[in-house]
Ligand binder design. Structure first.
Ligand code: C2E
Ligand code: MG
Ligand code: MG
Length: 722
């Protein structure tokens, strides 16, 4: 017989404590999912006997029975148990059965639950009232238990059918709603490609009304040149077909779309039609274009940037390799652009760069690529006719572009460019090598006086590589104190005694060994490092001179080579004052060696500086005399003490008559102008005798002594070798 579980089950089911519905059996299987789940029946009757009678019968018939003895309990039980069917006795102690029925019917989730009312009243009023209260059926006591169970089974079946149908209708409605509201276009076309459904987004996107789309061919959305009917055999194989393409709006305007088509088949795999979603990707495409522009173009000029140039060059190299063709790369760098930027401002500089880009663009053919690498650097990739002759024509055409001035801010501005040319495959086989070679050649063009072009060559490459190597080394050398000074005695020929020393710089490089000044001074001058280097020489030499004096050595003239760059610095004289001050060296022991070209350049300013130095008691000499202007008479305009005859003349005086005549003349004129003469590079007795015979006053050279470190010089003097 049925077993009553009251309290525990109530709690487990979440009923409020004190609730009075009970389950007649715990072997129910209710709550299990699936088709074999037993239906749950809520049996509501205030009569325990009746509950037992119906409950027992129903259980036997395979139902799970839950009981409630009052209307209130039945409502609570309904909410918690969600029974499949409710059996309701009409006569209850609290609410009557109609009211209970109405209340249950109003509960959420009750719309498909059959409610069967049991009553002793069979009058038509009661029947009518029962149905009006939401009852599904009505049964009059006494009840035949078998019939009763059949009835219940039938009601459950019918209600399941109805609720299934209702539910699928509801979900269809929801689905349709969702599809209609989706912001993505959706069409369904039949096997002939005719549209049988389109959602509003699809219609709106293409500029049609929904009615206009019905039975039209879906292909009409594509531009005619892109329309390809889907072959029937392809349809069978098709799973998901995703593609980016163009669509047409009703007015004919094209726009980019992302289409995804999925074939719809029935359960036997027979095709029924195609569902296609369509997304307008205009925004995305525009964003992609904008991103591409940013990534591959220079924002100032709109020209391709380095990345794009490298890309194009890479592709061009691949096809040149295949076809055995040459390629030309021109590397352009505007001349003195930094001056324009510095004096006219960056905005003006930018305008010039834009104007240059525009002008260059005019002389570049479609197949070629003009790009801006950054700053004032441009590159051109020549694909057609890019042998040596072709690139010469192109380079000359570019140089000619700069002969006309640029009109900027109502002014005429002249600019020019230096061009380096590299050819594939000769000067490089990949992107980086070619660009590097062209860049190197460009530096060569700059060194060759600017406003010109130069081809890459291994010789240039070696020179420039060495230059870069030296420059990098020089920067470190100053910090690591790798420099030292050598001193070469200068001899007074009359007495054959030392009267001074020339200070000669040496770089003791840990990597390269002793590096001579001819290798690194020009690099230091080009890179601006000469200022710090020259200052170091001055300080060290002056300190050395003071140290010798303090050590009691007789005063020696200290001849220091001064680079033109250093001499022309506005702060040069004040630097000398500082150094003299610091070292407390006697300025009359100091001599500066300057070359002719330095003295002749900007004569007025030079004379002023020379005067200022002279006023401090410093001696001045002209170095390497004879290799420059050689205008002796001109020298009288300058406060010069001494000239040093270049050693190339001395080398040949005993063998070459012409050279000897030049030396004779220099000595004679210098004497007439009251200038002292030093002969450089005296290497043997014959040269010395010749010079003595010509009454040359002073000399220096290996014959007397090679340049040497300070300590060696001290020993040399002590030995009094001369
Ligand atoms: P310079 O001023 O004409 O210096 C004389 C050069 O001739 C030195 O070369 C010296 O070693 C070399 N010499 C001296 N006697 C003989 C000889 O008998 N035979 C031969 N063949 N050579 C002799 P060095 O030291 O290599 O210097 C080369 C040039 O570098 C110097 O020519 C000078 O113009 C420059 N220099 C050297 N030190 C400095 C420096 O501290 N500052 C600057 N700005 N330039 C420097
Ligand atoms: Mg010198
Ligand atoms: Mg010299």
């Amino acid at each position: 017989m049925s077993k009553k579980i009251v309290v525990n089950e109530e709690k487990r089911d979440g009923l409020a404590e004190g609730g009075k519905f009970r389950q007649t059996s715990d072997r129910s299987g209710a709550g299990g999912n699936g088709a074999d789940r037993k239906p749950v029946i809520l049996l509501v009757d205030d009569d325990p006997l009746m509950l037992q009678f119906y409950g027992g019968g129903l259980e036997k018939a395979g139902f799970v029975v839950k009981e409630a003895q009052s209307s209130v309990d039945s409502i609570t039980a309904f909410i918690h148990l969600k029974p499949d069917l409710v059996i309701l006795d009409l006569v209850m102690p609290d609410l009557n059965g109609f009211a209970t029925c109405r209340t249950i019917r109003s509960l959420p989730g009750s719309e498909y639950t059959p409610i069967l009312i049991i009553t002793g009243h069979g009058d038509s009023r009661s029947v009518k009232q029962a149905f009006e209260s939401g009852a599904t059926d009505y049964i009059i006591k006494p009840v035949n238990l078998d019939l009763f169970c059949h009835r219940i089974r039938y009601m459950l079946g019918a209600s399941r059918d109805i609720s299934d149908k209702k539910r699928s209708e509801d979900s269809l409605r929801l689905l349709k709603e969702a599809v209609e509201r989706l912001p993505i276009g959706i069409t369904i076309s039949d096997l002939e490609g005719k549209i049988i459904y389109a959602n509003p987004a699809e219609a709106e996107m293409h500029g049609y009304t929904l009615e206009e789309l019905m039975r039209r061919e879906a292909r009409m959305f594509g531009p005619p040149e892109l329309r390809k009917p889907l072959a029937a055999d392809k349809f069978h194989k098709m799973t998901v077909w995703k593609r980016e393409t163009l669509n047409l709006r009703k007015g004919g305007e094209k726009f980019p779309v992302q289409l995804t088509s999925i074939p719809v088949k029935n359960s036997e795999g027979v095709p029924l039609g195609i569902i296609t979603t369509c997304e307008d990707i205009t925004d995305r495409k525009e964003a992609e274009v904008a991103i591409e522009r940013l990534a591959y173009h220079d924002s100032l000029t709109g020209l391709p940037n380095r990345s794009m140039f490298q890309d194009r060059l890479q592709k061009a190299l691949a096809s040149a390799r295949r076809e055995g063709r040459q390629l030309g790369v021109l590397f352009l760098d505007l001349d003195r652009f930094k001056d324009i930027n510095d004096t006219q401002g960056h905005e003006f500089g930018d305008k010039l760069l834009r104007a240059v880009a525009l002008r260059l663009g005019r002389c570049v053919r479609d197949a070629d690529t003009l790009a801006r690498l950054g700053g004032d650097e441009f590159v051109i990739l020549l694909t057609g006719a890019s042998d040596r002759a072709g690139t010469i024509t192109a380079a000359e055409r570019i140089l000619a572009l700069f002969t006309e001035p640029f009109e900027l801010e109502g002014r005429q501005v002249y600019s020019s460019t230096s061009i380096g040319v590299a050819l594939y495959p000769k000067d490089g086989r990949d992107v980086n090598d070619l660009l590097r070679s062209a860049d190197t050649a460009m530096y060569h063009a700059k060194a060759g006086g600017r406003q010109t072009y130069r081809f890459f060559s291994e010789e240039i490459n070696r020179k420039i590589t060495e230059k870069v190597h030296i420059e990098n080394g020089l920067r470190r050398a100053l910090e690591r104190q790798e420099f030292c000074l050598y001193y070469q005695p200068q001899i007074e020929l009359g007495s054959e005694r030392i009267i001074g020393v020339e200070v000669l710089l040496r770089w003791m490089s840990p990597e390269m060994g002793v590096v001579m000044p001819s290798r690194f001074i020009p690099v230091a001058e080009d890179s601006g490092l000469i200022f710090r280097l020259g200052e170091w020489v001055l300080r060290t030499a002056c300190r050395q001179s003071a140290a010798w004096r303090d050590a009691g050595h007789p005063p020696l003239r200290m001849a220091i080579n001064i680079s033109g760059h250093q001499f022309k610095q506005p702060s040069f004289v004040s630097l000398i004052d500082t150094v003299l001050d610091e070292s407390s060296m006697d300025p009359t022991c100091l001599e500066f060696e300057l070359t002719e070209s330095v003295i002749m350049d900007k004569a007025e300013k030079t004379t002023l500086t020379l005067r200022e130095l002279k006023d401090r008691g410093i001696h001045l000499s002209i170095d390497d005399f004879g290799t420059g202007y050689s205008s002796l008479s001109y020298l009288k305009h300058f406060p010069i003490d001494r000239i040093k005859i270049d050693r190339s003349f001395i080398a040949d005086i005993t063998s070459n008559r012409d050279e000897a005549v030049i030396v004779d003349t220099i000595i004679a004129i210098a004497r007439s102008m009251d200038l002292k003469v030093v002969a450089e590079g005296v290497e043997n007795r014959e040269q010395l005798d010749y010079l003595k015979a010509r009454r040359c006053g002073e000399a220096q050279g290996y014959y007397f002594a090679e340049p040497m470190p300070a300590e060696s010089l001290e020993t040399w003097i002590r030995r009094d070798v001369v």
